[in-house]
Design a protein around this ligand. Structure first.
Ligand code: SF4
Length: 380
């Protein structure tokens, strides 16, 4: 099973009004100390010497790290781990943060995949979300990346935005297809209870589209991506052939990854932990030579099995029933068949469910409900 490294960068130039991630406003002095701490954490990792095939810089806004800072962190990874020569090295970036020079520098550092948080190609939607870029900036960022030699680009879009209706969403999907990335992620905006976006929506009298329209947005967006040659491989992700996100597949296919940086989560050979989440506390603990890892525990066989079911169902290829039997001694159909039957009848599960259990696209819209079948298993 493949293994990878996740590096968390908790800084942003502004805080978007819907964001619930572990991030804070950029402070240059703090960033310098944070990079030093990251390097120290990586160089002293107990997993040193292990082979890894992917490295992923996520955030926050990793593109607020300079090329020389990214080079330093990547060098620490290469010195400490056996990084595969053809490793996928992804950096998330916000479109307004990149320049021709910075992209050249990231490329020279070894980053070979960029993931831009575009979210929408409509300026008014981006403004409502508190994003710092507009649609033209996103297009320019794609052109700059191509000029710097990046041939593996992913763009994120969000649907079900305040005030967004079906035609608006399709406009963004078509614009994305026009700029031609290799990979696409489409996420449904979830507005958490105290999100400042709620006030913005109240002031502007904006609502999200009715549920039925959200379903049509999702299905219609995927149909447009199909027609443009993007193959959906996960509930929210589609890619050109051979260009799926290898790092994200680690999460969905039961691989191992070690996370560095504040708040990073890790699952390595069946052991799970998280890092201290406060940036200052993280830096101080690393500087003092202490461990930043918390809540470390070995996953039980039942937890690993449940996770394989949840994650497997997210993938278009679904769950291989025979592989589950071989790995966990579990016959999925014998165990859950009575409850799953109604989802097969409703057209939410596809194929021969005794062989492979996979969601249909309409089934993906009710994935959370179907996944509940695997919770509270009587044999736990
Ligand atoms: S750029 Fe991303 S991580 Fe930063 S505040 Fe906005 S949504 Fe959150």
């Amino acid at each position: 099973m493949a293994s990878g490294i996740y590096v968390h960068v908790p800084f942003c130039a502004a805080i978007c009004n819907y964001c619930n991630f572990n991030r804070g406003l950029l402070d240059e002095a703090l960033k310098r100390r944070y990079v030093d701490a990251l390097v120290q954490e990586i160089r002293t990792a107990p997993e040193q010497g292990s082979a890894v095939e992917t490295i992923f810089f996520g955030g926050g806004t990793p593109s607020l790290l300079s090329p020389s800072e990214i080079t330093t962190v990547l060098q620490a990874c290469r010195d400490t781990f056996a990084v595969a020569p053809d490793a996928e090295i992804t950096m998330e970036a916000n479109p307004e943060t990149v320049t021709a020079a910075s992209l050249d520098g990231y490329r020279a550092a070894g980053v070979n995949r960029l993931s831009y948080g575009v979210q929408s190609f409509r300026d008014e939607e981006l403004t409502r979300l508190g994003r710092l870029h507009g649609a033209d900036t996103a297009r320019r960022a794609v052109a700059l990346a191509r000029a710097a030699g990046f041939d593996n680009l992913s763009l994120d879009l969000m649907l079900w935005l305040p005030g967004q209706r079906l035609a608006h969403w399709f406009e963004s999907v078509d614009a994305l297809i026009d700029v031609g990335p290799e990979h696409v992620s489409c996420y449904l905006l979830e507005i958490y209870p105290n999100a400042p976006l709620r006030d913005v929506m109240a002031r502007g009298d904006w609502s999200v589209a009715p549920d039925d329209d959200a379903a049509e947005m999702y299905l219609g967006g995927l149909a447009r991506l199909d027609a443009a040659g993007y193959r959906q491989y996960e509930i929210s992700n589609a890619a050109r052939d051979g260009l799926r996100s290898r790092h994200n597949l680690l999460y969905w296919q039961g691989g191992s990854w070690v996370g560095f940086g504040c708040g990073a989560h890790s699952t390595w050979n069946g052991v799970r932990w998280r890092n201290l989440s406060a940036t200052g506390e993280y830096i101080e603990r690393v500087a003092a030579g202490g461990s930043v890892r918390c809540d470390e525990r070995r996953l039980s066989a039942v937890e690993r099995m449940e996770e394989a079911l949840f994650m497997g169902l997210r993938l278009v290829e679904g769950i291989d029933v025979a592989a589950m039997r071989a790995a966990y001694g579990l016959d999925v159909w014998d165990r859950y068949g009575a409850e799953l039957e109604r989802y097969v009848e409703a057209g939410y599960l596809t194929g021969d469910p005794r062989d492979r259990l996979a969601l249909t696209r309409p089934g993906m819209l009710v994935a959370n409900e179907i996944m509940m079948v695997f919770i509270g298993d009587p044999v736990r």
